[in-house]
Design a binder for this molecule. Structure first.
Ligand SMILES: [Zn+2]
Length: 230
């Protein structure tokens, strides 16, 4: 529902409601770890906004940011803002960006959710923090589970499988697979986000050649999830 896809990027803005712009860059937009390239993308799509990004250490720390913030923010994996003059971004290549937005409280944010952060409950801790920080009802919060590796392609070792509750692990022909997107969805719901306010982008980074995938490409190149208040 509500997403627009071009060769260069996907647009999830409408899944979050009005007042926000939420994009994900595809391979055709180039490697976002190349800062000149990332800045050019930001200028094209988020005119006048300053890019703010996290150090992404696979932890669970959320930081509120504004135009004064100096990037990258070390040891931070989730960003939130009420400042319309910044665009928040998270780099990914199989990890899953989770966008969130509340129209009434007027803030937008993004979470870097890889298996490490998810296993440390980054979704729950971020939702707890914003609920304390902002005057909002979690029932009005809208979220998008962005492009990332799906349950059919996130094959894990036996050791890694043990990190997750059994209900999220599937055994298939002697191999083990973990459903990270389902964990994200259930953690959002247990934090009070309504099921109808959780939009799954449906993109798997591993199977979609338009999206950078570390597992498939073994490359340092990254796509980027962007969100900005309008
Ligand atoms: Zn897949």
């Amino acid at each position: 529902m509500g997403k627009t896809v071009t060769e260069d990027f996907a647009d999830f803005s409408k899944c979050l409601g009005s007042g926000v712009s939420a994009l994900f860059s595809f391979r055709a937009s180039g490697d976002m770890k190349d800062s000149a390239n990332m800045e050019a993308f930001a200028r094209r799509h988020f005119s006048g906004a300053v890019p703010v990004y996290a150090g992404q250490s696979h932890g669970t720390v959320l930081k509120e940011v504004d135009v004064q913030t100096v990037s990258p923010l070390a040891n931070v994996d989730a960003l939130v803002t009420r400042d319309k003059s910044v665009v928040l971004l998270i780099y990914t290549a199989d990890c899953i960006p989770v966008y969130f937005y509340d129209a009434q409280a007027s803030f937008a944010g993004i979470i870097h959710a890889g298996w490490r952060g998810i296993s440390k409950n980054i979704i729950i801790s971020t939702m707890d923090s914003i609920e304390k920080k902002y005057p909002l009802h979690m029932s009005s919060l809208k979220t998008v589970i962005g492009p990332g590796i799906c349950r059919r392609h996130f094959e894990v070792s036996t050791e890694l499988a043990h990190v997750f509750p059994e209900i999220y692990v599937k055994n298939k022909k002697g191999k083990k697979f973990v459903d990270l997107k389902l964990i994200i969805r259930q953690q959002l719901e247990s934090s009070g986000v309504k099921p109808q306010n959780i939009h799954d982008s449906g993109f798997c980074s591993f199977e979609d050649e338009n999206i950078f995938s570390y597992r498939r490409d073994k490359s340092p190149e990254r796509g980027c999830a962007f969100i900005r208040l309008l």
